[in-house]
Ligand binder design. Structure first.
Ligand code: XMP
Length: 510
């Protein structure tokens, strides 16, 4: 594998993704880690990431220089390059030569990472640095330059050490993939053997060993991508010893509980439907505060899950679809203690019930989970499903949640999604949904006055849900949706469109 030491760059996870796109496994670890605690026999190359600090600052992240004596093939990116220069007898400069954004580098030597280019050729790159290398470290030569950084890329003339001042991992460096590939395949000599098929085979073997018969495992399914693919994978290892629960909170989309259950059964999962609709809606009666709604739903979910877990004999393990971005964050630069986010998938449940966790995707990104799902022959309908929040429609019904208002929202949301799908827009959108507002307004229908509620339509595009932009939907589609909602959904006489991006708004309304 390629080990990436994280110095806090916003692009560190992207480096890991790129390396994995070459079918080579890579992992991000905090820069503070001690090499003696890592099994170096598994590491074929080291990448030192970028970072916001200056190498010479007193508050620069702590770094164990023993990494520089491991003799591992090494690639320094931005901050990583400055670190290599600083510890290798070079000198750094700061100030006038700051570069942020698109730039161009000129190849100075057709060597190392730049072996595909001739001297004098120019490459578009993405720079983001205040400091730059002013004097070459001992044993290094310059392989590329830019106007802001005369030493924009370096390589050691006798050791497999390379460094780039710019960011090869971002799309704004079009040739970045070739440069990274040269490091991964030619310098670190990794073989492209990390494939979905291998991953499944190894995971199934590991899980079977981790949960020897007659031990049993449980899994709460939401019908979403992560938990469903996790359950399918784990069931390959455990068969009927994996017990899945699907909790119907009464806050799902229209007819969704039934269709999700049908799909889960088709996947031959050992799944039980828990009908907790009355319980959830009962507990939510009269509650209008968004945070209180979320807290109640979290608590009731745990109670329901706990009751069902206890009804089974011999359960020792809990399956969760935790993903890599949940586990690492760029804040890992502050040290291992800050790297792990609390697991929020089933909120606090594991600790109380003392289950061992099975998290087969702890090292994967969401798109990698989708690839695994395809490899496992799962239907695209599940793999392409838009995200749906844990608290369900509760956070899309502003004001009090009543069975009538749930039904109103379900009907309106169903019409919106039906039209979005018919237009072929579903897959390209991160999310599209309806929101029921606690706002009544006057309207006229036929000859009568109405005084009814309002539906807001929300459609967003996004890469990861962290930021989002509102999607521009075709006018005829909006016209159809608006007409249909007002005509077909009782109690609604007005439809509005949410045109807010995130930030400053969030995707969900509560
Ligand atoms: P926000 O509203 O914070 O949402 O912009 C970002 C993404 O997260 C989803 N979301 C949730 N998912 N449990 C979940 O599993 C939750 O409590 C929750 N709240 C928001 C939201 O749908 C969007 O995709």
């Amino acid at each position: 594998m390629i080990l990436i030491l994280d110095f806090g760059s916003q692009y560190t996870q992207l480096i890991a993704r790129r390396v994995r796109e070459f079918n080579v496994y890579s992992e991000v670890r905090p820069c503070t880690i001690d090499p003696s605690t890592v099994d170096l026999s598994k590491v074929k190359g080291l990448i030192l990431s970028g970072g916001p600090a200056s190498v010479t600052d007193s508050d620069a992240p702590a770094f164990n220089t023993a990494w520089l004596n491991t003799n591992l093939p090494t690639l320094g990116i931005c901050y990583g390059m400055q670190l290599l220069a600083h510890h290798g007898g070079g000198a750094l400069g700061r100030g006038a030569a700051r570069e942020y954004g698109p730039s161009t580098v000129t190849v100075e030597a057709s060597a190392g990472l730049f072996e595909n280019w001739k001297k004098g050729e120019r490459l578009a790159v993405w720079m983001s640095h205040g400091d730059h290398v002013e004097k070459l470290p001992t044993g290094f030569a310059c392989s590329a330059s830019s106007s802001g950084a005369p030493i924009a890329a370096i390589y050691h003339t006798s050791k497999p050490i390379h460094a780039l001042q710019f960011h090869p991992e971002v799309v704004h460096t079009p040739e970045g993939k070739t440069l990274l590939k040269n490091f991964v395949y030619n310098i670190a000599k990794c073989a492209p053997d990390w494939t979905p098929g291998n991953f499944i085979e190894q995971s199934v073997k590991r899980i079977a060993e981790q949960v020897p018969a007659p031990a049993q495992a449980i899994c709460a399914l939401s019908g979403g991508v992560d938990s469903t693919v996790a359950a399918v994978l784990v069931s390959k290892a455990l068969g009927e010893r994996l017990h899945c629960f699907f909790v119907d909170t009464g806050l799902m989309r229209k007819s969704e509980a039934a269709s999700v259950m049908a799909r889960l059964k088709e996947l031959e999962l050992n799944v039980t439907l828990v009908d907790a609709r009355e319980r959830f809606l009962g507990e939510l009666r009269g509650v209008t505060d968004p945070e209180q709604k979320r807290k109640i739903i979290g608590r009731v979910f745990i109670e329901v899950f706990e009751e069902h877990a206890k009804s089974l004999e011999g359960v020792t393990h809990l399956v969760q679809g935790t993903l890599y971005p949940d586990v690492i964050e760029s804040v890992s630069v502050r040290g291992p203690s800050a790297t792990i986010k609390t697991h929020h998938n089933v909120g606090g449940l594991p600790e109380r019930l003392k289950f061992s966790l099975i998290e087969p995707f702890r090292e994967l990104f969401k798109d990698e989970v989708r690839v695994l799902g395809r490899e496992l022959d799962m239907p695209t309908e599940i793999l392409q499903r838009q995200p749906f929040p844990g608290p369900g429609l509760a956070v899309r019904i502003l004001g009090e949640i009543t069975p009538e208002r749930v039904k109103t929202l379900q009907e309106a949301d169903h019409i919106f999604l039906e039209e979005i799908r018919a237009e072929g827009l579903y897959v390209g959108l991160w999310q599209a949904f309806a929101v029921l507002l606690p706002v009544r307004s006057v309207g006229v229908m036929g000859d009568g006055r109405t005084y009814d509620e309002t539906i807001a339509l929300r459609a967003v595009t996004s890469e990861d849900g962290m930021t989002a932009d509102w999607a521009f939907l075709p006018e005829p589609l909006l016209r159809r949706v608006s007409n249909r909602i007002v005509n077909e959904v009782k109690g609604v006489n007005r439809v509005v469109m949410d045109i807010s991006s995130k930030p400053p708004a969030t995707i969900e309304w509560e």
